[in-house]
Every structure is written in C-alpha cells, then in structure tokens.
Design a protein around this ligand. Structure first.
Ligand code: AQP
Length: 334
C-alpha cells in the first residue's frame, strides 16, 4: 500500500460561506497545504441534491473558489477544482452504491435533518449523498479528510465503505481507511440565534450566521443581536452547560484569539455579555473583513477563477483516471 499522505475535502456551493465553514474547515485546509498533498473540491453535485437555480449555482461555484483563495489556499500548492468536471466521482459513486448498505444510509442523521418530516419528497440524491462523499474521497485514495464535526458520521460511513470494498474484492489495503481531521475546539460553530443548531448557509435568517463577505457593520449588528443571557458571564465551564448560545460566543472568541476557553473565561467572567460581544466583534472584523474584501476583488475576474478550476480539473482527473483503472479491474469491469 502507498504510504503517501493525501488530503481531500469538499465544500458545497450552496451560498455564502460563513464563519462555521471557515473555522470548521477552510482554516484547516490552508494549514494542511503546507504539510501534505491536498485536493480541495467545490462539490457541485452534492449541492444539487436540493434544488439550486442553475445561474445561481454557477455563481456560487466561482464564489466558493474565490473564498478558497481569499482564505489562503494557493492553487500552486493545492489542487482546486469542481466535482462535476471529473466524471470519475459519479462512476465510483455508482460502484460504491453497490457496496454500501441501505441500513448504513438509514442511520445518517443529516438526511433526517435535511429531509424534514416528509422524507418521501426528498430527492434520492440527498439520501445517497454519503456514498458520493465516499467516492469523492476514495477516488483519490485520500488518507486524511479535514471536516467540521457535522460530517463525522458521513466520514465514518466512508471508512466502512472502504473497508467493505477491500474485503469484498479481496484487496486488503487497496483503499486507505481515511482519517477525519476535525478541529478540537470549535468543531461545530453554532447558529447565533439558536445555540443548539449548527451555523448553516441554508438557515433562513441571515442573523444566524457571520458570512465571510459581511461588512464590519454587519458583523457588529449580528453579534449585538446574537442570543446570549441576561445574567453575567459565569465563572466556570460547568455553569455554561445549559447556555449553548453563550458557550458558542465564547468558543468562537477562544478559537479566533487562539486562547483557551479557560483563559477567555478568566478575562470575561462576571461581566455583562455586551462586554464580550464588543471584543468579539472587534476580533471578527479583524479576521473576516479582509477575507470578504478579497472575495469581492477576486469575483471581479471570473475568467481567472475559471482558469484555476480548469487547471485543477486536469490534475485531479489524471489521478482519478489512474485510480479508476485499478478500481474497474478489481470489480471485474471490462
Ligand atoms: N457550523 C459549522 N461548524 C463547523 N464546521 C462547519 N461546516 C459547515 N458548517 C459548519 C464544515 O464546512 C465544510 C463545508 O460544508 P458544506 O458547505 O459542504 O456543507 P454543510 O456542512 O452542509 O454546510 P452548511 O453551511 O450547513 O450548508 P448547507 O446549509 O447548504 O447544508 C464541511 O467540512 C463542514 O463540516
């Protein structure tokens, strides 16, 4: 088995990227590109598992690439491309649909959340989405997958599928069993309106999230309106357990300032939440505003973004085709 470390991860072009995508995934992507070979994919085929307006989808793909670059991804170090441009993703997804088990998919909590109460009306694509995710990763024989905690269950399924393929086709170690790389502190950034729900692009209220393109004024307004608590900030973590919104604000502050939660609590305990919110707005403006400005600048040259995707597609496709040849052979396809 090749011992080469290879990182793969994807982001759906389903709208504005937000602080959760940034702290949960993109920041990690950037630091990994200096350590390992990295492939980062705009997963447009995942996006269409729920209806996307075609012209909006195209724009969102380019905006996601702009966000990748603005947060520090370098196309000379990392392969950046869009999923639908490499047909191996769907070919391998089909093969893996035949390896994966219905019982496994039935356990996926994200399908239950996204399909809502009327599952009969959800697309078949939404249901088998985790098999496509497994194909994305295994197509490149990726060994490491940086994701937010919300993707942990899907990644475990990818590991089960890789294992079953290796067993079924008697090819021990053919697919590496991919390791999740989940940030320790803020693996799940929560909504600013409801601390029990993750921050998400598809949440209706824009006040639930900080978008990477938000202006300083918008950041200040959203943090000011963020749900917190009428009592002063408690002194210890135990007392924060029943205050998910407050804990979320403290976690974000701790992550962006790179201070431990305990240190942050020492700084702010006993104070009103408005004190924390002012400090949090300041550090978020420092971190997010330059990224937003860069995204807007990059979007002025869409041809440049398309060129990056084209070059990335060629590199990704070469790896994919080579691996697919061996995969077809293992399965017995002529
Ligand atoms: N709230 C979050 N906290 C930490 N990490 C997060 N990620 C997403 N939300 C959070 C991570 O960002 C990466 C890209 O996610 P995605 O856009 O491909 O899909 P998603 O997880 O479904 O994100 P959204 O924002 O909730 O999109 P919609 O609303 O379209 O479904 C992943 O690594 C994810 O873990």
């Amino acid at each position: 088995m090749s011992k080469k470390k290879l990182v793969f991860s994807g982001v759906q072009p389903t709208g504005n990227l937000h602080l959760g995508n940034y702290l949960g995934a993109l920041k990690n992507f950037v630091s990994l590109q200096n350590e390992m070979e990295c492939i980062y994919c705009v997963v447009d085929l995942h996006a269409i598992t729920t209806f996307q307006k075609p012209d909006e989808l195209q724009n969102n793909v380019l905006e996601t690439v702009a966000s990748f670059l603005a947060t520090g991804l370098d196309p000379n170090k990392s392969i950046i491309f869009n999923q639908s441009s490499v047909s191996g993703h769907t070919e391998l997804a089909w093969i893996l649909n035949c390896v994966s088990r219905i019982g496994w998919l039935n356990r996926m909590t994200q399908f239950k959340d996204k399909a809502g109460s009327d599952k009969e009306k959800a697309s078949v694509g939404l249901y088998i989405y985790p098999n496509l995710m497994a194909a994305d990763i295994l197509l490149y024989k990726a060994t490491h997958v940086p994701v937010g905690a919300d993707q942990k269950q899907h990644l475990e399924l990818s590991r089960d599928i890789a294992q079953k393929f290796n067993n079924d086709f008697n090819c021990k170690d053919f697919f590496p069993i991919p390791e999740p790389l989940i940030p320790k502190n803020v693996s799940r950034v929560m909504s600013l309106r409801d601390g029990t729900k993750k921050m998400s692009k598809s949440e209706e209220s824009d006040f639930s999230r900080i978008n990477l393109k938000d202006s300083a004024d918008e950041i200040i307004k959203k943090i000011k309106k963020a749900k917190s608590d009428s009592e002063p900030i408690p002194e210890n973590l135990k007392n924060l357990e029943k205050k998910p919104e407050a804990l979320n604000l403290l976690n974000i502050y701790s992550e962006v300032t790179k201070k431990s939660l305990e240190t942050v609590l020492n700084e702010v305990s006993g104070k009103e939440y408005s004190f924390l919110k002012t400090k949090l707005s300041e550090i978020l403006i420092g971190e997010i505003e330059p990224i937003g400005k860069e995204i807007k600048k990059l979007l002025n040259n869409k041809d440049h973004l398309k060129q990056i995707l084209k070059k990335g597609r060629e590199k990704a496709n070469n790896i994919a085709e080579e691996n697919l040849k061996n995969i077809r052979e293992k399965v017995g396809l002529l």
